[in-house]
Design a protein around this ligand. Structure first.
Ligand code: ZN
Length: 628
């Protein structure tokens, strides 16, 4: 008997119009408006009995017409709530209200919500409207609600699969295959298999290199038709850049991640193929494939437990790396084995984010990133790095030079903005224009859309609009090469932050081309420079480098001063990695290291084995490891 028929038995027949799955949740649609009010306690009883989330909603046919509903909602909600966009998800009977002051919409004891429900029958969900409007966030939301009917069926099908019975006998096994990001940084992809499930964790590209750029999906155990789910830890392309490719080749299952990850990865993927087009290369997938991915994305909040297949239960936890970044905790086979895939993480608080989550109910295997696991990978304290950073800027400005800071659009750029904003306001550095170039603005807009994913201080600053650091007028936005020429050729000192962070494309390369030959200028690296990237070459001291500008490759002499400041990394350094293994609760029995250069990860693995007396390994690409 399915869980749906069990619930049907418990409810009065005429009250139910439809019962469907919404992923692992169960939704009861009713046309009986009395039952909609009075049935809540009955539903609660059933929830206690079946231990699943069940929600009661009016059947879509009972809803007030969309235009009328919008009119009524706008009348009911007080002006002070700063009501913005309203989105109707018709087939799920949900209306999303964007508001500058969500508390006002909710009203005392949810009074306004209740009134909306009563007068329109729609189920309102309140979302904070972003302080900076983003066309991208809008178009993502529009895609989701336009495909409301498709999504309802899609979520139902996921539920049907999840609730299929399975047997866990003594032959049960769990296996991980490393399809990318093993003994290397880039193209992260790990396939989890059990007798019942196939889940892909991350599916990235290596942006720094043309060889071995994509995960090894040709591995015999990978079959796109059998893949049940994809889980994405965070938006960086080395973790998410290959997902649309799977949609291009027919994958139509769910992609699980947080809301900010969905939005930021969409942006980065669109940019990724745009850069390919501009470079005259063949795009590996199209924007259609990206929008197909959005249609199939299912977002979870941190710490929310959800079944994603018959025998895999997923919880995403804060990873402290970039906005929305998550550690993936999997409870496999109803508690038979618990594993944590850290993704990229940071184990100290930053200006933007809290440090990674470290306490779990159960944990046996940890799969951990090891980007900065080498013996020399000890990052200085944040305060020291910030001071060094500001000192270089000050010195450069004093000799009328310009400062170029190539930044990853996501994460580092917002940290750098917060540092610069504070330093300039406090008079620690002279007031000069700060140029923000590349997709940083769009990323800022997404940050202001999801303040609840940031730490308390920034959240407070953003809610308090007058202090929103991302809206500060010290930041100047630049979009065209004409602007860039003006900034670099005329005018005095400036601070320029531009993407990409490894000088692999985007406006940072153009600025480098313009600024490289003036010894008064400074280039400051604040993030990881991938092997093979232009950034790495310059960092390692090459004095003449080929730079590709407007489709042509030119040799540029590096005469500006090159600095690397380590402390801003969004990754845990060696001490933090060790500290995490020490603090994580409960203590895992086995650690597997990924996402690190070969020499670092393998050595670190043996250090961890000796220090913590646990089993450790550093798999190679295409290795498969049985963890139970
Ligand atoms: Zn990352």
């Amino acid at each position: 008997m399915t869980i749906i028929s069990k619930i049907k038995e418990e409810l009065p027949n005429k009250a139910i119009e439809d019962i469907v799955y919404e992923g692992a949740n169960i939704i009861v649609y009713t046309k009986d408006m009395k039952f909609l009010d009075k049935g809540k306690s009955k539903i609660k009883d059933i929830v206690d009995k079946v231990k699943k989330r069940i929600e009661l909603r009016p059947d879509p046919t009972m809803l007030l017409d969309i235009e009328e509903a919008e009119e009524i909602i706008r009348k009911i909600v007080p002006k002070t709530a700063e009501l913005g966009d309203i989105w109707f998800d018709y087939n799920r009977s949900i209306v999303y209200l964007e508001s500058g002051k969500p508390g006002v919409v909710i009203g005392r004891n949810g009074r306004i919500i209740e009134e909306i429900k009563k007068k329109t029958r729609w189920v309102p969900i309140i979302k904070r409207s972003p302080a900076i409007k983003s066309d991208l966030v809008r178009s993502i939301r529009a895609t989701l609600y336009k495909n409301s009917e498709y999504r309802r069926n899609f979520m139902h099908k996921i539920g049907e699969k999840i609730y299929q019975p399975y047997t866990k006998n003594k032959h049960y096994w769990i296996r991980l295959s490393f399809l990318g990001g093993a003994r290397e940084v880039g193209r992260s992809a790990i396939l989890l298999q059990t007798p019942n499930s196939r889940v892909l964790m991350d599916c990235g590209v290596n942006v720094a290199s043309e060889i071995n750029a994509y995960p090894k999906l040709e591995a015999p155990e990978f079959n796109i038709k059998e893949l049940d789910a994809i889980v994405i830890t965070h938006a960086h392309l080395d973790h998410s850049g290959f997902v649309p490719y799977l949609f291009k080749y027919g994958y139509r299952g769910p992609v699980y991640c947080t809301e900010p990850t969905r939005d930021i990865m969409t942006m980065l993927q669109l940019d990724y193929i745009d850069v390919m087009r501009k470079d005259g290369k063949e795009q590996i997938y199209s924007s259609t494939d990206i929008y197909e991915m959005i249609k199939h994305t299912v977002t979870f909040d941190y710490d929310e437990v959800n079944d994603i297949t018959k025998d895999v239960r997923l919880t995403l936890h804060n990873a402290g790396h970039v906005l929305g970044s998550a550690m993936v905790h999997l409870n496999i086979g109803d508690g038979y084995h618990n594993m944590l895939y850290t993704g990229d993480f940071k184990y100290t608080n930053t200006r933007l984010l809290n440090k990674a989550h470290d306490t779990f109910q159960r944990l046996e295997t940890i799969v951990m990133e090891s980007t900065y696991s080498g013996p020399d990978d000890i990052q200085p304290k944040r305060e020291e790095s910030e001071k060094k950073f500001l000192d270089i800027i000050k010195a450069t400005i004093e000799k009328e030079g310009k400062v170029l800071v190539p930044v990853l659009g996501v994460g580092r750029s917002q940290e750098i903005m917060l540092i610069l904003e504070e330093a300039m306001n406090k008079g620690k550095i002279p007031k000069v224009p700060i140029i923000i170039d590349g997709m940083v603005w769009d990323v800022n807009a997404i940050h202001t859309t999801y303040p609840e994913f940031m730490n308390k201080k920034v959240k407070k600053d953003i809610f308090h609009k007058d202090h929103n650091p991302f809206l500060s007028d010290i930041f100047k936005r630049v979009v065209s090469n004409k602007d860039r020429d003006k900034i670099t050729e005329e005018g005095g000192p400036t601070i320029i932050t531009a993407t990409s962070g490894m000088l692999t494309g985007g406006p940072s390369v153009y600025y480098l081309y313009k600024l490289a030959e003036d010894p008064r200028n400074a280039l400051i690296f604040v993030s990881y420079q991938g092997e093979g990237s232009l950034g790495r070459k310059i960092q390692e001291g090459e004095k003449e480098v080929p730079v590709s500008v407007e489709g042509k490759s030119k040799i540029v002499k590096i005469k500006l001063n090159v600095y690397t400041i380590d402390g801003f990394s969004g990754h845990a350094d060696r001490n933090e990695l060790l500290n995490y293994l020490k603090k994580v609760t409960p203590k895992p029995k086995r650690a597997i290291f990924v996402h690190g250069e070969k020499s670092k990860s393998t050595k670190f693995s043996s250090v961890v084995h000796k220090t913590f007396s646990i089993e450790t390994s550093t798999p190679r690409i295409l290795d498969a490891l049985r963890i139970r």
